[in-house]
Each structure stands twice: as structure tokens, then as C-alpha cells.
Write a new protein. Structure first.
Lengths: 176, 409
């Protein structure tokens, strides 16, 4: 997709190259450029971005849950930064709702280690090849992934002996 | 209620040497309640005598689910939660959230509000550095600095109370400007701070900079080079102490930081002493910025005039029906920004602090993610502490200046 002229001229070659090589779709909102990259190519695209276009930092990595939509349900958001050109560039990778998993970014940007642990902990997305995929913020024996949209926000229905099982069935199960 | 478990040694064995399981080396638990971890941080250490072989940080003891809670509140109400993350840089937490909301909605903060934002953000940086210099020197056994630095920190917190009615959790910076204008006493109180500070910073330096005990405890300890720092996304004074002059205030200016004249202090040593020197110099630069901002503080409104997002002033409500409707709509339903996602960053005393904000067009944020500098600083603890002594470990934790509320959110 051809990008608009408002975009920073330093960013244009990187965006065009990524879009062309990795079949990405670029879009711009309020000056932030986002490229939707196919999930299986995102690590390769990030390597290109780091080696050819000097994006030397992975500033943030997070996930968004679009429940109840299931295909795709999740977006993984990678925000890269270059200390040379002072530009930000965002990648998004779409994942389906059943057994979401994606290759780890740790091999390209080592700091993705804890960021991906956090996403696994709070969103329940598995990272293939991650060196240490444990829960980070919640206790190790916690059930469910709290940042998912189908996870209740604290309060729960009070169960009595006569409706214990009935309410149990209504509770969101998520991936347990 | 099930009991909360911890990771067993067997689950963590890939992080230690094989000798840890046979008992040749000692695995020792430091924290979560330990006076020098600056909060509830647990470090699992593998020790060979006094030498640290491995250090595994375990965080999450202060996890309060703020990101999840913000999704259930309107944009105005969610802001109150942001103060509670990095409790040493509360004004900055508000600021970065407000900048994200402004970017999303297209609101513009007026010049007077921008200048006051800069003043308050720099004072927050100053008070954060003051607590850091006190506690990190305390960790190394220099007790007196703490008493001096807390005395000056009190002046700044009193000023926060003067402008907002609160010492720490101010929520004074709001989307589109400020909660209200500063009172008349603000200028004289601030002039007093500007007058005394350079001398007081000299006092701290007299206690520490050339102190042979302090130097021998900090020089050459916890070394980091620029390449590793960038790969692990380390920012702020810890990065600048390795020699790279990277500062969001200069590289991606916000709130008119480009109007002020200030330097980015750097050091090349990359050790605990280097980080100390960078932070002390940063305090001087902060005072410089505050002075310039106060000298050219413009007059005018402190909030944007867009009534679809900004509640009308009290005086209008009694005479204008539209104002009453807007007031009612904004405080019951909230405002509806356009759908989309934005990312904004500011320079916190610890490094780059960012907000990823996604809106689906409803009055509540669809997803808020805080990119906090303390996470990456804590993440490189295994690299910084490799082969150091347990006593040096305390100095290293102090030097990277983590806030546990910031890591756990």
C-alpha cells in the first residue's frame, strides 16, 4: 500500500521496504505510523528494521484483545525507536483466538524477554522459542489471564448452596 | 481461597548454574521485605561465597491491575489511577497520559499550561532525584545526605500542595491543560526554591563526590556499555552514564521543552559513580529549566476551550444552558474520542516513559499500556550484578533508581 505524503521523509524508505518485502499494510493515525505485518514474518521484519534502518530499540511491546471477535482476536503491538533518527514505528501482528502463539522477539531485541512474559501472564499469548516463559506479575499458580476482555474486573456473583453450580457455569473460563 | 505459591527452585533451574541444585553454590532469597530494595522486590541470588553468580529478580508484589482498571473508567477518571504507578514522578505520569489523550482527541494545551507543566515536571524530577540521592547514599552507609535531601524535598512537596492541595497524588495536569491556574503565592515560593537549590546541591556534592569511601564503593561497580544498554532498552541516566546523550526532552520535545536552554549531562564510565554524577548534574539542569520557564511564563488560559472535551468553568454553568449540558454530559458519560491508537513518550527521572492508548470511540479507553522505565532497568540486574559482591549489589539497586510501583503497575 502506498503511504501518504504527511509521513516523515526519513520514515518513508523503511515503511515502503517493510511493506514490500513482508507484505505489510501501512496506516497513519495522528502521525503514528503502524504496519500490520503477517504474524509469521514479524521477527524477520523486525530484524530488517534493526539492521537496515537503525531502529535500535524495542520501546514497547504489548497486546490488545478484541474479544468477542475471534479471527483475529489479538493484536501484538511492537513499538520500535531509533536513537539516530528519533522516530517511532509500530508493528502489529494479528493472532486468532484459539491457542494464540507467535515467535518470540527475544532473538532480535533481548529486552522482549520480560515484555513477552508480561503479555503471556496478562493476555495468555504463547511465545514460541522464548527462553523463560513464566508468569511475571501474577502468582505462578494463578488461573486465567486478567487483561483479557472476558476476564471479570474483580467482583464476582455471590454463590449460595442452591445456585453454586449454576453460577459456576456462567463464570468466564478463558484459557485455564 | 487457594494459597499463593512461589516458583520452586526446580522451575527456576535454567536460570542458575548446575551447581545450585547440588548445593555447591548457595541460593539465597533477598526480599521481598528488605530495606535496600526500595519497595517490595525479591531477588533470588546464587552465591559462591560473597560473589554473586546469578541474580533473578522476581517482581509483581505491587501489581494492582491499574491497566485493567483504567479500561473500566472514563478518560477523566482513569487519570486518577496513573498517579499511583510511579509514585516518585506523579506529575509525569499524569503528563504522559494527558499527552496521549491530547494526541488522540486533537486538544491543544495553551502556552501558559505548557510552561507550568514543564515547571511541575522538572520539580517532580528534582524531588525524585532528591529521594534517590538520599536513599542510595543511605544504602552505602552515608546517612547524613538523606536528612539534607529530605529537607529540600519537603519544599517541593509543599509547593505541590500549594498548587493542587495534595503533596504527591496531585492529578493536577489534565487533558487539554491543567486543573486550574496556579495561585499568586506560586511565583515567590518557586523563586525561593530556585535560589536555595544550587547551593544545596553543592552541599550534597561536598558530602559525596570526593568522599573516598563513597568513591571506593561506587567506582567500577555495576558497569554497563552503550551497546548492551540499547539492546536491553535501557534509557534515562543509566544510558547517559554510558556515554550516549539521549534524552526524550531533546530528541522528541513535548510541552515546549525545545524553548529552553539546557544540557544533557553524560559520563563514559557506565558505573554506579557515573550514574551518580549524571543525576547530580541533571538536578542542576532541572533548576535551570524551571528558572527559564518561570521567567518567561506567559499569561492566558490554562485549559483548551473545546467544550466537547473540557468541562466549562463554574461561572458559566449558572448562565448558559449549553454549559450546563456539557458539564452534565462530561461528568456522567465522558467524552468520545475518535477510534485509533497512539503512543506518546516523556523523559521520566528513570528513563523513557510511554503510554500506548487505544480508543474504540467509546468514553472509556479500550486499552492502556504504560511502558515504564523501571521494568527494563530491573531486567538488566543479572547483567549488572554478574560477579559482584553482595554488598555492591545494594549499591547497584540504588544506582539504577527503580520504583516498584512503576515496574508492577
Amino acid at each position: 500500500m502506498e503511504i501518504r505524503s504527511a509521513m516523515n521523509e526519513l520514515l518513508t524508505p523503511a515503511v515502503n521496504s517493510i511493506c514490500e518485502k513482508f507484505n505489510g499494510q501501512a496506516s497513519e493515525f495522528r502521525g503514528d505510523v503502524t504496519i500490520l505485518v503477517p504474524a509469521e514474518l514479524v521477527v524477520e521484519a523486525a530484524t530488517t528494521l534493526r539492521d537496515e534502518f537503525d531502529f535500535d530499540m524495542l520501546s514497547a511491546e504489548t497486546a490488545v484483545d478484541y474479544c468477542p471477535q475471534t479471527t483475529p482476536r489479538f493484536h501484538i503491538v511492537y513499538i520500535f525507536y531509533s536513537t539516530k533518527t528519533h522516530l517511532y514505528l509500530t508493528f502489529r501482528a494479528a493472532l486468532n483466538g484459539d491457542d494464540p502463539n507467535i515467535a518470540t522477539m527475544e532473538t532480535v531485541y533481548p529486552n522482549a524477554n520480560w515484555r513477552e512474559r508480561e503479555i503471556w501472564d496478562l493476555m495468555g499469548i504463547k511465545f514460541e522459542g522464548h527462553s523463560d516463559l513464566r508468569r511475571i506479575l501474577m502468582p505462578p499458580n494463578w488461573e486465567g489471564h486478567p487483561l483479557r476482555k472476558d476476564y471479570p474486573l474483580g467482583y464476582e456473583e455471590v454463590q449460595h448452596s442452591f445456585n453454586l453450580e449454576e453460577i459456576d457455569l456462567r463464570k468466564p473460563k478463558g484459557v485455564r | 481461597m487457594r494459597e499463593i505459591q512461589e516458583f520452586t527452585l526446580d522451575e527456576l533451574k535454567h536460570l542458575f548454574t548446575p551447581q545450585a541444585l547440588t548445593g555447591e553454590t548457595v541460593v539465597l532469597n533477598m526480599g521481598p521485605q528488605h530495606p535496600s530494595t526500595h519497595g517490595v522486590l525479591r531477588l533470588i541470588l546464587e552465591l559462591d561465597g560473597e560473589t554473586v553468580l546469578n541474580c533473578v529478580p522476581d517482581i509483581g508484589y505491587l501489581h494492582t491491575g491499574i491497566e485493567k482498571n483504567m479500561e473500566a473508567k472514563t478518560y477523566q477518571k482513569a487519570e486518577v489511577l496513573t498517579d499511583r504507578m510511579d509514585y516518585m514522578y506523579t506529575m509525569g505520569n499524569n503528563l504522559v497520559y494527558c499527552l496521549a489523550v491530547e494526541k488522540l482527541t486533537g486538544l491543544k494545551s495553551p502556552p501558559r499550561a505548557d510552561a507550568i507543566r514543564v515547571i511541575l515536571a522538572e520539580l517532580s524530577r528534582l524531588q525524585s532525584h532528591l529521594l534517590w540521592i538520599g536513599t542510595s547514599a543511605l544504602d552505602l552507609g552515608a546517612m547524613s545526605v538523606f536528612l539534607y535531601s529530605m529537607r529540600e524535598r519537603e519544599m517541593i512537596l509543599d509547593l505541590f500542595e500549594l498548587v493542587s492541595g495534595q503533596r504527591m497524588m496531585t492529578t493536577f495536569i489534565r487533558p487539554g491543560g491543567l486543573w486550574r491556574d496556579v495561585p499568586a503565592e506560586f511565583e515567590s515560593a518557586l523563586r525561593e526554591i530556585i535560589k536555595v537549590f544550587p547551593k544545596r546541591i553543592d552541599e550534597y556534592e561536598a558530602l559525596l563526590t570526593k568522599n573516598p569511601l563513597f568513591m571506593s564503593r561506587t567506582k567500577g561497580i555495576g558497569k554497563l556499555d552503550t551497546k548492551t544498554a540499547l539492546a536491553w532498552d535501557v534509557t534515562g541516566p543509566t544510558l547517559r552514564a554510558t556515554g550516549l546523550a539521549h534524552d526524550i526532552r531533546k530528541s522528541n520535545p513535548y510541552c515546549g521543552y525545545d524553548l529552553y536552554d539546557f544540557d544533557i549531562p553524560t559520563q563514559t564510565s557506565g558505573d554506579v559513580y557515573g550514574r551518580y554524577q549524571v543525576r547530580v548534574e541533571e538536578m542542576r539542569q532541572s533548576v535551570r529549566i524551571v528558572e527559564q520557564a518561570l521567567d518567561k511564563l506567559p499569561y492566558g488560559p490554562v485549559r483548551d476551550n473545546n467544550r466537547k472535551y473540557i468541562p466549562p468553568p463554574r461561572s458559566e454553568i449558572g448562565v448558559s444552558m449549553e454549559a450546563l449540558i456539557h458539564h452534565f454530559k462530561l461528568w456522567t458519560e465522558g467524552f468520545n474520542p475518535p477510534a485509533g491508537s497512539v503512543y506518546t513518550t516523556i523523559e521520566s527521572p528513570r528513563g523513557e516513559m510511554g503510554v500506548f492508548l487505544e480508543s474504540d470511540g467509546s468514553p472509556k479507553p479500550y486499552r492502556v499500556h504504560y511502558r515504564t522505565p523501571s521494568v527494563t532497568l530491573l531486567q538488566i540486574m543479572p547483567i549488572l550484578t554478574q560477579g559482584c559482591f553482595v554488598a555492591d549489589l545494594i549499591g547497584i539497586i540504588g544506582s539504577i533508581d527503580i520504583v516498584l510501583g512503576d515496574t508492577d503497575r
